[in-house]
Design a protein around this ligand. Structure first.
Ligand code: BG6
Length: 492
């Protein structure tokens, strides 16, 4: 594609949190790295009554100068903000899209073919209305040389397998699969992208990457943030739809898939989809759900989930889930995968932990000495790092063993700024690269893992177990972890 052609980024849901905190700043970061064409516009669309100026004020609050420093940054900010515009409209109003059309014609360069990216930072129940609105207002080009149109859709994509399928079908009447970019921003994270490199560019790991040598795998995702400010939205989805069905299962897919036949998107998507299809649906017995209770942080009182604005006092929506998955294929049969996702935790950390088995001949008696076996830890965030725990001789005259870490800390090893996930992904949308986006097959397979349990929870709702803010999660997680041989509380 020709990156010098004009591009308009239309952000639907532009006054929302996601757009302001992540998407619009990511376009700015690309601008600061000279990755955007000279003629670009960022057009926010949303229900708020905002002038261009008021929108720019809001955008400015979140722009970070990570790539341009000092006066150069101030100049870049001013230039960027001058290209930001806002159109007010409701998602189900046909007229609103006609207004959008008129506004785009006013601000886009006349006579030139314009490429447009529509970014849906809105709840999934609005995806179809918005797609129809855009289509009916003739805002979607058909890639006939007069400019292209691409659509980026945020997760969660649907509520379960059936609604996700229906959404795929519905949107396909307006956007082709080639025009559709289903985003899971974890795929843009540096260490998540690195999983394939780690596994397939290093001959030392892949031969050991199976049930013979690996005892168990954990994907641990914890966040200090509570749901304050977005609980009304979250209450309709819950943690399984918010992060497990997408972010955590994508990490599992990349960590456990067979080697793809190549690096092209079709091959990688096929390998991930095949793995996701081999995961047995999450069973209710292997799942603990929790909801954070109110507490204090420092001297401040923090509301419990059920006290948040927009959450019913008897809400059964989980803010924590810990579950064990099994994969029914040659490579992984017998290896449990422990997935944990929790809001309101003591610290924010996301790690993949691969626990290896002990050597068959335990010459040094490490098991009897209570020494742990090797473990590979991929710390996705914060402080990106890859660490391998090894057993080592303690220096000295005695033959005494201890554990040591081979540690690749990104902040120490690499001087360059680690890009935000959205930067990489938006650049791929501009370049027409689908590899880091979710294809329809993967989407369906990952919904199949959680749909039965989601339906069971909805058919007979019961309150999730309360857990203390800043704690490890509900008390019964300890029993689940112990039953499958995982340490509790989780390391990290
Ligand atoms: C989003 C979830 O997809 O990811 C949020 O909806 C979560 O609940 C967020 O907080 C975490 O993203 P990151 O990049 O801060 O780890």
């Amino acid at each position: 594609m020709n990156t010098s052609e004009p591009i308009t980024f239309v952000i639907l849901g532009a006054s929302g949190d996601l757009a302001r905190r992540k998407v619009i700043p990511a376009f700015f970061a690309l601008y600061c790295q000279d990755k955007l064409p000279p003629e670009f516009r960022v057009v926010g669309f949303g229900r708020s009554e905002l002038t261009d100026e008021a929108f720019r004020q809001r955008v400015m609050e979140h722009l970070a100068c990570r790539y341009s420093l000092g006066p150069d940054c101030a100049r870049r900010e001013a230039e960027y903000l001058a290209r930001c515009f806002f159109v007010t409209g409701s998602y189900d109003s046909r007229d609103a899209y006609l207004d959008l059309y008129t506004r785009l014609r006013e601000i886009e360069p006349p006579g030139a073919a314009v490429n447009r990216v529509f970014y849906m930072a809105i709840p999934p129940d609005a995806f179809l209305d918005v797609s129809h609105g855009l289509g009916d207002a003739a805002l979607i080009a058909c890639d006939d040389g007069g400019g292209w149109t691409r659509v980026v859709v945020e997760k969660p994509f649907g509520r379960d397998r059936a609604s996700s399928d229906a959404l795929v079908r519905g949107m396909s009447q307006i956007f082709s699969e080639a025009q559709t970019y289903r985003i899971d921003h974890y795929l843009g994270k540096e260490l998540v992208q690195d999983l394939m490199v780690l596994r397939f560019a290093n001959a030392v790991f892949e031969p050991l990457w199976n049930a013979r040598h690996i005892e168990r795998v954990s994907v641990l995702w914890r966040e200090t943030d509570t749901l304050a400010g977005r609980a009304g939205y979250f209450d309709r989805y819950g943690i399984l739809r918010d992060v497990v069905q997408n972010h955590l299962l994508q990490i599992v897919a990349l960590a456990a898939m067979e080697p793809p036949s190549g690096l092209n998107p079709v091959a990688v998507h096929a390998a991930k989809a095949q793995l996701l299809r081999s995961i047995q649906p999450l069973a209710e017995d292997d799942l603990v759900l929790g909801q954070y209770a109110g507490g204090t942080r420092g001297n401040l009182r923090v509301a419990g989930y059920r006290e948040e604005a927009g959450v019913p006092a008897d809400s059964c929506t989980p803010t924590f889930a810990a579950g064990v998955l099994t994969i029914d294929n040659e490579r992984w049969r017998g290896v449990p995968f422990f997935l944990l996702a929790g809001k309101g935790a003591a610290r924010s950390v996301n790690e993949l932990r691969i626990q290896f088995r002990r050597p068959a001949a335990d010459l040094f008696g490490t098991a009897a000495a209570g020494l742990p076996a090797n473990e590979l830890v991929v710390r996705i965030q914060p402080d990106e790092a890859i660490g391998l725990r090894v057993l080592n001789k303690t220096p000295g005259l005695a033959m005494k063993l201890q554990t040591g870490d081979l540690n690749l800390s990104y902040s120490e090893a690499y001087p360059q700024v680690v890009p935000e996930a959205y930067e990489r992904l938006l650049l791929d949308v501009i370049a027409g690269e689908h590899g880091l986006f979710i294809c329809a097959d993967e989407l369906a397979a990952s919904w199949d893992v959680v749909t039965p349990v989601l339906h069971a929870m909805e058919e007979s709702p019961h309150p999730p177990e309360a857990y203390a803010l800043g704690g490890d999660g509900p008390a019964s997680t300890a029993a689940l972890a112990a039953r499958w041989g995982f340490p509790w509380p989780p390391p990290g």
